[in-house]
Design a protein around this ligand. Structure first.
Ligand code: TEU
Length: 571
């Protein structure tokens, strides 16, 4: 029986199948393409692959809208291809984690088609159907059962004239929410999870799993949210970590996960440290870790994600330290800078200019991977891939981005201003094809890619990075080696240094008699660092650094070059 906590010393690599590798020239990545490129992951040294959804789907939200959980979308391949991938991953000593998207299905899923077939349908209560607001005519503005705003702009309710009721969708209208109050729904989900576990998968990344329990009034209605601006209210207090969320997650664990030593990570918008302690407490048997969004909101202005503001390093350090300390005695952290929903970190928190792209990408990797928790590497992060500079709205593909653009335009915003807000933060920045080499379409496809390749692939690509010992790729490979070689990186106690310094990020990890020091200059200017009482740590063994020619430390002081970082060990 494998160690039930194997994932504490593991590093996970996220693959976004549409954009990873296309084996049949249709311009969309697929499973055979992933199999062809597994040796890239072996060379990087990762332990686990998290596969974003490959299930049958109309692809309204690129697979996060599933129409059949037990089948593969033809654009990605077949069930046989999945079995071949699982075998190929296991043969290479890695594990495979699937994406579990069960807060909602596609509106083309058989369950929903039956549910919308009539108010008397046996599956009507598998989703959230409600009549129009009293005194309002269905389908007219204001008639929605609640005033909640969708994550993807507009109302969370879609009018169904055929049955005279609205259905709830927190995301796109083609993603109706499942009603987890109904035990039949939950049992159907658990059966599907067991089906995949029996097929050999090693765990689940659970999509917006803290949204499945909604807060109902005694009469079964759902409350309006507070209106801060515009037409809609904030419904999040009524569906985020709802009243039965722990009951549901414990039941899911008992029914589908218990005693199988699987990796489970819950994606949880709005989750707090206090809640995460409960969700990841091993004694409660719910999930191993959660994805928090707090650090991903530190550069959001009053206007939200589309209103990007400069990041303050002290805010970032304070937040990461709070999560390190908050889950030090119970639970476990996940660690990530990137995923398929976030812009590229080197362009966001680093510096993607030719002068600093490589060093800042390395240093961002260093400060994240030496923290306590399980690191996640998003495809292309190990190459230092950057945001893309799409000029026209027609170049974007993401439903969240396009909905925002359309709705804001309707509300009177100018296209130029909208595009200026969209470019640095759109999810499409993470979804341009993986850059394998400098050839046409970056070696991603021989066909027409579903989304444009970043033109900087001629310089930034896996072939060039693998051949260059000083590349971001080899730095990430060494970060993973250091984690695999040193228990202090996995289990060491965390302590933040220099909390109020806006230029330097420094902290220690301690285990037994060993102390690891991480010291990083997070700016494009040289930094003079003074670490009182830490001369012995500054003189420690260099496990990893970005600059072979770094200035020697002088007692408690050291000068770091722009974006320079060092990992030092005192045994
Ligand atoms: O994302 C949930 C989520 O919170 C994101 O929508 C996030 O708010 C937004 O992208 C930030 O810009 C998950 C999946 O990761 C995402 O890809 C899906 O679109 C979404 O759920 C619905 O399944």
């Amino acid at each position: 029986m494998r160690d039930p906590e194997w994932w504490k010393s593991a590093v996970v690599y996220q693959i976004y199948p549409r954009s990873f590798a296309d084996s049949d020239g249709d311009g969309v990545g697929d499973l055979r393409g992933i199999i062809d490129r597994l040796d890239h992951l072996v060379a990087l040294g990762v332990d686990v692959i998290w596969l974003s959804p490959i299930y049958r789907s109309p692809q309204d939200d690129n697979g996060y809208d599933i129409s059949d959980y037990e089948d593969v979308d033809p654009s990605f391949g077949t069930l046989e291809d999945v079995d071949a991938l699982i075998a190929a991953v296991h043969e290479r000593g890695m594990k495979l984690v699937m994406d579990l998207v069960v807060n909602h299905t596609s509106d083309e899923h058989a369950w929903f088609e039956e549910s919308r077939s009539g108010t008397g349908s046996r599956k009507r209560d598998w989703y959230w159907w409600r009549p129009p607001r009293e005194g309002h005519e269905g389908g007219t503005p204001g008639a929605e059962p609640t005033n909640w705003e969708s994550f993807f702009s507009g109302s969370t309710w879609e009018w169904d004239a055929a049955t005279g009721e609205y259905y709830l969708h927190l995301f796109s209208r083609k993603q109706p929410d499942l009603n987890w109050e109904n035990p039949e729904v939950r049992q159907a989900v658990y059966a599907m999870m067991r089906w995949w576990v029996d097929r050999g998968v090693d765990g689940f990344r659970m999509d917006v799993i803290n949204l499945v329990s909604k807060e109902l009034r005694p009469d079964g209605s759902l409350p309006d949210g507070v209106v801060r601006s515009g037409r809609f209210g904030d419904g999040s207090p009524y569906y985020t970590a709802g009243p039965r969320i722990h009951e549901f997650l414990a039941e899911m664990h008992a029914e589908a996960l218990a005693d199988k030593a699987l990796l489970t990570v819950g994606e949880m918008p709005g989750v707090t440290i206090e809640q995460a302690r409960a969700f990841t407490d091993p004694a409660r048997r719910e999930v191993n870790m959660v994805f928090t969004f707090e650090h991903m909101g530190l550069d959001h202005g009053p206007g939200g994600k589309w209103d990007q503001r400069p990041l303050r390093l002290t805010d970032l350090k304070a937040n990461l330290a709070a999560w390190q300390e908050g889950l030090a005695d119970i639970g476990w952290n996940s660690l990530y800078w990137n995923n398929h929903d976030q812009p590229r970190i080197v362009s966001r928190f680093g510096d993607d200019s030719p002068e600093h792209r490589v060093t800042s990408a390395k240093t961002l990797g260093t400060v994240l991977h030496m923290l306590r928790g399980t690191p996640y590497v998003y495809q292309g992060e190990e190459l230092g891939m950057t945001n893309v500079d799409f000029r026209r709205i027609e170049e974007f593909r993401d439903v969240e981005t396009l909905n925002h653009y359309r709705h804001a335009l309707d509300d009177g915003a100018s296209p130029e201003a909208l595009l200026a807000g969209i470019r640095p933060v759109s999810r499409d920045n993470a979804r341009t094809p993986m850059q394998w080499d400098a050839s046409a379409n970056a070696g991603f496809t021989t066909g027409e890619p579903w989304i444009a390749v970043n033109p900087n692939h001629t310089e930034i690509n896996a072939e060039a990075a693998r051949a260059d010992a000083g590349s971001v790729f080899h730095h990430y490979r060494r970060l993973i080696e250091v984690r695999h070689a040193h228990d202090v990186v996995v289990h060491g106690d965390f302590a933040l240094l220099l909390p109020s310094d806006e230029q330097v990020f420094a902290y220690t990890r301690s285990l037994g008699g060993q102390t690891l020091l991480v010291v990083a200059n997070m700016s494009g200017e040289p930094a003079d660092v003074e670490l009182e009482g830490k001369a012995d740590l500054l003189a420690g063994e260099v496990l990893l650094s970005t600059h072979d020619d770094g200035a020697p430390a002088e007692g408690e002081r050291v000068r770091l070059a722009p974006w320079e970082s060092r990992v030092l060990l005192r045994r």
